[in-house]
Design a protein around this ligand. Structure first.
Ligand code: NOJ
Length: 572
């Protein structure tokens, strides 16, 4: 497609370099396909279901979709275990459906970022089937095989633990060796030291680019390079081995290679899942001249602010939350942030960051807090209507491999702790975000005509898209307004960031400024009254109201007593 066509029609096509870095002007909507919309009545979301909702996405105003994996997979980890990278999962449809979906997105000016899961494959991928068949199979070296320790060689080669609990090694009878799996045993790790593996990754990316995708979200990409000799990890009660593979010895070299042979040849975006990336080392991973990733998802705001050992909930600390986001806002200009508070791996932001009694106010306050920051914001399906955690899921209703493993292991080895586990999972399980999308008050929330693969949150009769679209004051329309406000907005895209009152435990106040124009963002994170005093720098500046989550917020900037979860932006 020629450049003129692109510009005049709004249709997007990334099949050519140079990179325009379009992601800096994107608001990305994440779809978890299994739970989004079921078109054929089998209880499982699918691609034709997505096609039927493209106008909805257009109306919301997002201009890019990140689609969680839709490739062939036995679904040990809901598609994050891929058995064929070049085809679509049967339950989701066909390649033709996928192409129609992509064309439909592009025709609406919406780009598509696919999930690239290449730290590991499924154990049902042909490469692994070959690899495990004999020690001299040509695919043997596609994976990481080692002899066991101990007299009979049945002890794992080292003490690394799987991120999904237990040892990261699985003994395989056929060749009497262990293979490494940093996730489930059905997700064997690829051996990136093998140049053939890296070439396969290049070929997979280029295959999808040629079909027209606009980029990749790179799953656990910082784990790809393991330290030679695979030394034991230092003791850690949660996860062992990290220091030997998180941004491992050849990480930069390998990512650079993929970028050179694939990503940089297209007008693409890559966003890496950035375990181990901190504000300090981010520059080495995402600065523009490195030719590696364009940006990363970071975790500090998810794991440190209200969690202990990542899975145990602890009291939310607004001070820590502000500190983490503020630190990331100080990235140098040649780096770019990703802004998200929900995805398929974390519970819903409601009631995590505010009380359910104020659901609409909290959701809108969070929209203001996050969408006025510098970076590319993500909206996870259902976040735009304020979907909430599904707190009362029972063991039978959990579907996530991690929830099930934790529950069953504790039940077996320490049943006394089961009530604690139930409480923790009621707050932190990944299942919360994976419950079916609530489209209407009809049976099964309008997600399907058949009993869905996991239960619908019973609150669907009150929280659903149909009601949101019928209510001018809904969270949906608030997101629509905020997303529209971001478009072409230089203050939000490029402005400086300044935090006020870092120690205040109730309110987050920050400033964005660009070329003499400024915003002051004020957000209350409490259901109690919260005092706001105009910062000295803003006194006598005639700040006027830009947007607020109450219809009667003060129209002029002044000292205020903020109401529960009130959020206001003033401009000068
Ligand atoms: C990160 C993904 O977001 C998560 O859902 C998955 O289980 C792991 N990577 C393993 O692929």
């Amino acid at each position: 497609m020629s450049t003129e066509t692109k510009e005049t029609s709004g249709i997007v096509d990334s099949r050519k370099a140079p990179k325009t870095r379009w992601y800096k002007d994107a608001v990305i909507y994440q779809i978890y396909p299994r739970s989004f919309c079921d078109s054929n009545g089998d209880g499982i979301g699918d691609i034709r279901g997505i096609i039927s909702k493209l106008d909805y996405l257009k109306e919301l105003g997002v201009n890019c979709v990140w689609l969680s994996p839709c490739y062939k997979s036995p679904n040990a980890d809901n598609g994050y275990d891929i058995s064929n990278y070049r085809d679509i999962m049967d339950e989701f449809g066909t390649l033709d459906d996928w192409q129609e979906m992509l064309d439909g997105m592009h025709a609406r000016g919406i780009r598509l970022v696919m999930d690239l899961v290449v730290n590991h494959t499924s154990d049902e991928h042909e490469w692994f089937i070959q690899s495990r068949s004999s020690v001299d199979n040509p695919y043997r070296d596609y994976y990481i095989w080692r002899k066991g320790r101990g007299k009979n060689g049945k002890k794992p080669p080292n003490n690394w633990t799987s991120r999904f609990t237990g040892s990261a090694w699985q003994y395989d009878e056929t060749t009497k060796e262990f293979y490494l799996h940093l996730f489930h045993k059905k997700q064997p790790d690829l051996n990136w030291d093998n140049p053939k593996v890296r070439q396969e990754v290049v070929d997979i990316c280029n295959y999808w680019f040629e079909k027209g995708v606009d980029g990749f979200r790179c799953d656990v990409i910082t784990y790809i390079s393991k330290e030679e000799g695979l030394p034991n990890g230092k003791f850690n009660p949660a996860l062992m081995g990290d220091e030997h593979f998180v941004i491992g010895p050849h990480y930069h070299e390998y990512i650079h290679e993929i970028n050179e042979k694939s990503w940089s040849l297209y007008d693409s975006m890559t966003v890496g899942e950035g375990q181990g990336i901190t504000v300090k080392n981010a520059h080495e991973v995402v600065s523009e001249d490195r030719g590696e990733l364009d940006c990363v998802f970071t975790f500090e705001h998810q794991t440190e602010v209200d969690s202990f050992l990542t899975t145990v909930p602890k009291k939310f600390s607004l001070r820590k939350w502000k500190e983490v986001f503020s630190n990331w806002q100080t990235l140098p200009d040649d780096c770019w942030n990703s802004l998200y508070i929900e995805n398929h791996d974390y519970p819903r932001s409601l009631p995590r960051y505010g009380k359910l009694a104020y659901r609409k106010k909290v959701a809108k306050m969070l929209a203001i807090s996050i969408q006025f920051l510098k970076g590319t914001p993500y909206v996870y399906q259902g976040q735009e209507i304020g979907m909430t955690n599904y707190e009362n899921l029972t063991r039978k209703e959990y579907r996530d491999i991690v929830s099930i493993r934790i529950y069953d292991t504790v039940k077996k080895i320490c049943p006394l702790f089961l009530p604690v586990v139930k409480w923790a999972m009621g707050k932190k399980a990944r299942d919360h975000a994976r419950a079916p999308m609530q489209w209407s008050a009809e049976k099964y929330a309008g997600f399907s005509t058949h009993e869905p693969w996991m239960p619908v949150n019973p609150n669907y009769t009150e929280i659903n898209v149909a009601d949101a679209l019928a209510d001018k004051d809904s969270i949906f329309y608030f997101y629509q307004k905020v997303i529209a406000l971001r478009k072409g907005n230089e203050i939000i895209r490029n402005g400086s960031y300044k935090l006020y009152y870092p120690d205040d435990k109730k309110i987050w106040v920050y400033e964005r400024a660009y070329n003499g124009k400024k915003y002051l963002i004020i957000a209350s994170y409490t259901d109690k009254a919260a005092k706001f005093v105009v910062p000295d720098e803003w006194k006598n500046q005639n700040g006027t109201l830009l947007i607020s989550n109450y219809d009667d917020s003060a129209s002029k900037l002044s000292n205020l007593t903020l109401r529960p979860y009130e959020a206001i932006v003033y401009e000068v």
